[in-house]
Write a protein that binds this ligand. Structure first.
Ligand code: SF4
Length: 320
């Protein structure tokens, strides 16, 4: 019987799940992902996580708790660096410990570290370390890595072309694309693609015939080159990603405004968003709005701010 591995649907789930699933399935494991975030998952995460954590980390706790009785082990990798010479938010690195100390009754946790700060080759070392937990056959691990890379590249290409994780992972229907009214959305994937946390933002926009561009639809080389326009190099990967995407979007004449989603208590965003607003004030002549999300954000309040932003873009009255 194959080992059941639980993958919490939080943080970089919507970035890495196709890779993870392809890799571990090829090694004979059964992958169980937690369901989409719901009130119960959020409430449990908020109750057991430390108070001053950001919303996405609380949500992650809720997903890990949901899975704990249903699987043989949980996969909670320790992400330290996922791009050379850059670091990821320290919350990712401390996640396995946070979960172990906050939740009870957990199965064993696989917490293999991913740290490619010095060398990209370290990723392969980590994957072999993880793979050896399932087989001693290096050729089999190599085959699993190749399959996972292929799945990841295909997933990224689809996101780049306008698809979303909801379509690609959860097989939901595609949004309509029959209009030319476009806004840019700047947000981490765990805010952008968690429809419970963002109160169905993408569906709401689609219902209003508004298209959107997300950081996943911006070429990584473009993000790099716009990121380099900063006076000082941004060494947080997620910050660089958001700033590079925002600068590109602000120069893109097709975009009617920029909507930024952030999480209360996010240290990296406090710097990143400040920088985006500073640059926007100098150069960007279109609407820009930041909406902060936490576990207490009410939908009526969120809708009011969204409507105000969309009014500013003057696109709501147009339809395809
Ligand atoms: S980048 Fe911000 S929102 Fe994301 S995990 Fe870190 S503190 Fe939380």
């Amino acid at each position: 019987m194959s080992i059941k591995i639980g993958v919490p649907r939080g943080l970089y789930f919507y970035k890495h799940y196709p890779f993870t699933k392809a890799f571990l399935t090829e090694l004979g494991a059964e992958i169980i992902a937690s369901p989409e975030t719901n009130k119960e998952i959020l409430d449990i995460g908020s109750r057991f996580c430390i108070d001053d954590a950001c919303l996405p980390v609380k949500v992650y706790h809720g997903h890990a708790d949901y899975l704990k009785d249903k699987v043989d082990c949980l996969l909670i990798p320790r992400l330290t660096s996922i791009y050379k010479k850059e670091y990821i938010c320290p919350k990712f690195g401390g996640l396995p410990e946070m979960i172990k100390f906050s939740l009870t009754g957990l199965p064993p946790i696989i917490d293999t570290e991913i740290n490619i700060y010095k060398h990209n080759a370290n990723l392969y070392k980590s994957l072999y370390t993880l793979g050896f937990k399932f087989t001693k056959n290096t050729l089999r691990i190599k085959k699993a890595i190749n399959k996972a890379v292929k799945a990841h590249l295909s997933y990224e290409a689809n996101l780049f072309n306008g698809s979303t994780p909801a379509i690609l992972i959860d097989k939901k229907a595609a949004y309509g694309t029959c209009n030319n009214h476009i806004i840019g959305i700047i947000a981490h994937p765990y805010l952008l693609h968690d429809s419970f946390v963002n109160m169905n933002l993408l569906e709401k926009l689609s219902d209003k015939n508004i298209r959107f561009i997300t950081p996943e639809m911006v070429d990584s080389k473009v993000i790099e080159s716009f990121g380099q326009k900063l006076e000082k190099r941004m060494f947080w990967s997620s910050g660089k990603n958001l700033i590079g995407s925002a600068l590109y979007m602000m120069q893109n004449n097709k975009i009617e405004g920029l909507l930024i989603l952030t999480s209360f208590a996010c240290g990296i965003d406090s710097l990143t968003i400040e920088l985006i607003h500073k640059i926007a004030n100098r150069t960007y002549k279109k609407p820009i709005m930041t909406i902060t999300l936490d576990e207490h954000t009410g939908e009526a309040n969120f809708n009011t701010r969204l409507e105000a932003f969309l009014d500013l873009t003057k696109k709501m009255t147009l339809s395809c």
